[in-house]
Design a protein around this ligand. Sequence first.
Ligand SMILES: C[S@@+](CC[C@H](N)C(=O)[O-])C[C@H]1O[C@@H](n2cnc3c(N)ncnc32)[C@H](O)[C@@H]1O
Length: 288
Amino acid sequence: MVNIHTSRDLTHTFQEGDYALVIDRRQRRYMFKLIPRQKYSTHLGIVPHDELIGKEEGYRFATSAGHVLLAVKPTLADFTKRMPRIATPVYPKDMGTILVLGDIFPGARVLEAGTGSGAVTAVLARAVGDTGKVITYDVRQDMQDKAKKNLASIMPNATQVTFKIGDVYEGIEESSLDRIVLDLPDPLKVVPHAAKALVPGGIILSFVPTVLQVHDFTHALQDSDAFGMVETVETLMRPWAVAGRAIRPSLRMVGHTGFITTARRVAPRLRLPEEAAETSPEEQPESE
Ligand SMILES: C[S@@+](CC[C@H](N)C(=O)[O-])C[C@H]1O[C@@H](n2cnc3c(N)ncnc32)[C@H](O)[C@@H]1O
């Protein structure tokens, strides 16, 4: 059972224990695990799991009530949107930004906090690959139990992930970290520990829902003198409806999720005599 692409190892045929993502005529999506002799009931009729087991992805079939459905295996984004959760997981649109601006690469040593439902953990685990490491802290055992289950159900052999019960505000035990990815209320409290734990040039990234959290985190980074290149972005994704020649933005979109702030671990500022001081690179506007 390998549910999510981690390399070219995924078979394209539904197997017992795989997740199926089933899509109806109105593009509504349903996800369930395939168990022999079980049935999935929707208002569109009943789907016997055995109808899918052994079939190729992209399979079309009719329910007991005569509705035609399409079945594929979920992508990692499909799974994180629908997986069991306690904490609110990060949305796929923000995952893309986290991976790119956080510069998560194969083989990276990444510290994550808090684990929550494990959506970011799974995305980081796939990005760092078998040669990387994701150490994920949470203060709550119930969160980590849920996250472990979620990860095991899609990446059963993810030996690159270490779950740790711990308060990241109190300290980080690991060193030589390439990246730190935070999704918790007070990322500013992690700044002094991150300054010691990150490699030179390493990246700290935080995802927070409100601007006051961005303000506090940014000031903590600037005041610490161990970080530079502090930047904040917000990712807006507007889906479009394309029906024949009626092409327009979708009537519904996710209005707000959060802000992503990144900074690099750098040397302290140079204190030049006032007359010789040039504008520091961070004070110059970017030319792009
Ligand atoms: C919003 S959730 C994270 C959701 C996660 N990114 C996901 O996509 O599933 C925030 C988590 O941070 C944890 N947390 C809060 N303060 C913490 C701390 N000081 N150290 C470690 N974890 C903490 C909470 O228990 C909670 O599980």
